[in-house]
Design a protein around this ligand. Structure first.
Ligand code: ADP
Ligand code: ZN
Length: 442
């Protein structure tokens, strides 16, 4: 059983004092960026000291994904280039990604939060951690990699995909913990027999799952199939990445590390801050990051706060499992995709019409993305080889833009329904399972 670190058991009063001190510093750092200088002008806050209490946070405007896009690439950078040691990027609503910079201290802080998260699940230096999240610009891979090392676990940096190799690594090195998307972990289970691996030959005890919404039933299914404990892990690149909120051994909502992030829940339509416990959109302020400060960032993730104390003794409040999004972002096998990114590629392609459809469905445990396009009349009669070349060119361009290879279908003009009024471009056929309460696995 893990012992919480002292900062995780501060009284609410001590925590609030710490947060106010850090918030003032965060505001000062933000005000050193050209973006926030313009954005905070006129809100009555000219420096951190102007915030008298934590409630003064509400005087600050929200930050949205589009702000990151407008600030691209350096409008939100608060330190000299020589102090930046890393960047990560995530999908923007169009071709411009959202970029986050990190100083050495920022990486160190992120690592600490991830290590605390892993420790809260009961992991120790005796564990072998296989990271099945993709490494790269996406924060899923590197984020928990360093955290797991910090805790002293042996890390297997497997990255995403290649299930046969994943299973071989698990078997050969006695993996006890994996980090994956829930859909991939179900898929790996489905493939055990295919690759001739017996569950009994694996030492797996725990899984950290995140990067995509999933229900309590999915957790229960994973726990029952694998015979392991499954912990929900929440993060987003704008707030560093994984390690923002994590379940402890009690697996009943995710402790959000309140010494590092301030949380608010707002009504996504009005922006009004909602009372504790109400469901709405999570808004986060990152308190320590030097390189890219972000104040009141609208995550677009829908959840609510659990304020009741947790049996583990940690005083940091928990959030319920993410219910969905307040925007149109799709999460396909853990990868974020905005329909507007697909539209941008489609519209730029000569030979295809302006009507298109995006279909998302389940193919076994995994998600599959199908993009249906109509050809212009002159192209429809083209040679099959030309059509095939066009199809694979579009698929390649989409891959470059969204980091996922969709199946592209080309159809004759008039094949897709013509919408009356607002076009229904996205059809998401993935089943939504009935939701049980948090921590309800048998
Ligand atoms: P990550 O690398 O952590 O997936 P991204 O910035 O690419 O970071 O994506 C973050 C988004 O992924 C979140 O805003 C949320 O919509 C989704 N997400 C991350 N973790 C979870 C989770 N445990 N449950 C539901 N959705 C999640
Ligand atoms: Zn707890």
């Amino acid at each position: 059983m893990s012992t919480p670190s002292p900062v995780e058991t501060l009284s609410r009063h001590e925590l609030a004092d710490l947060q106010l001190t850090k918030l003032r510093q965060a505001v000062d750092r933000a005000l050193s960026t050209s973006h926030y200088q313009a954005k905070l002008a006129g809100c009555g806050i000219a420096c951190g000291e102007d915030l008298k209490t934590l409630a003064d946070l509400r005087k600050l405007p929200f930050t949205v994904k589009d702000d990151l896009r407008q600030a691209f690439p350096d409008g939100l950078k608060a330190v000299p280039q020589s102090e930046v040691v890393r960047m990560h990027a995530s999908s923007g609503t169009t071709g411009i990604p959202t970029v986050i910079y990190y100083t050495r201290a920022d990486i160190d802080r992120w690592t600490e939060l991830g290590a605390r998260s892993a420790a809260a699940t009961g992991c120790t230096s005796a564990d072998v951690f296989q990271n099945m999240m993709s490494y790269g610009l996406f924060t899923g891979g590197l984020g928990l990699h360093y955290a797991a090392e910090r805790l002293g676990m042996m890390v297997i940096p497997a990255g995403g995909g290649n299930t046969q190799r994943q299973l071989k690594l698990m078997k050969d090195f006695g993996t006890t913990v994996v980090h994956a998307t829930p859909s991939y972990l179900l898929h790996v289970y489905d493939q055990l027999a295919e690759f001739g691996v017996d569950r009994k030959d694996l030492k797996l005890q725990r899984a950290f799952v995140g990067a995509e919404p999933h229900t309590e039933d999915i957790r229960c299914r994973l726990e029952a199939l694998w015979g392991i404990q499954v912990f929900n892990s929440y993060g987003l690149s704008e707030m560093n990445g994984p390690g923002v909120a994590f379940e402890c051994v009690h697996r009943a909502g995710m402790h959000l590390w309140e010494d590092a992030y301030l949380m608010e829940i707002i009504d996504p339509d009005t922006g009004e801050v909602l009372p504790e416990g109400a469901e709405g959109e999570l808004v986060l302020t990152i308190l320590d990051r030097q390189a890219t400060p972000l104040l009141r960032y609208r995550t677009r993730d829908l959840t609510s706060i659990i304020a009741e104390p947790c049996a583990c003794g940690r005083t940091h409040r928990r959030i319920r499992r993410i219910k969905g999004r307040s925007d149109d972002m799709l999460i396909i096998n853990g990868v974020n995709v905005f329909p507007s990114q697909i539209e941008e590629v489609v519209m730029k392609t000569a030979g295809v019409g302006s009507n298109y459809q995006i279909l998302v469905k389940k193919d076994g445990a995994l998600d599959s993305l199908i993009v249906r396009l109509e050809l212009d009349a002159p192209h429809f009669s083209d040679d099959m080889r030309d059509l095939e070349a066009l199809r694979s060119r579009i698929a390649g361009n989409l891959m470059t833009s969204i980091s996922l290879k969709p199946k592209v279908e080309l159809h004759e003009p008039g094949f897709l329904p013509v919408s009356e009024g607002k076009a229904v471009r996205v059809i998401d056929e993935r089943p939504t399972l009935p939701e049980g309460p948090e921590g309800s696995c048998p």
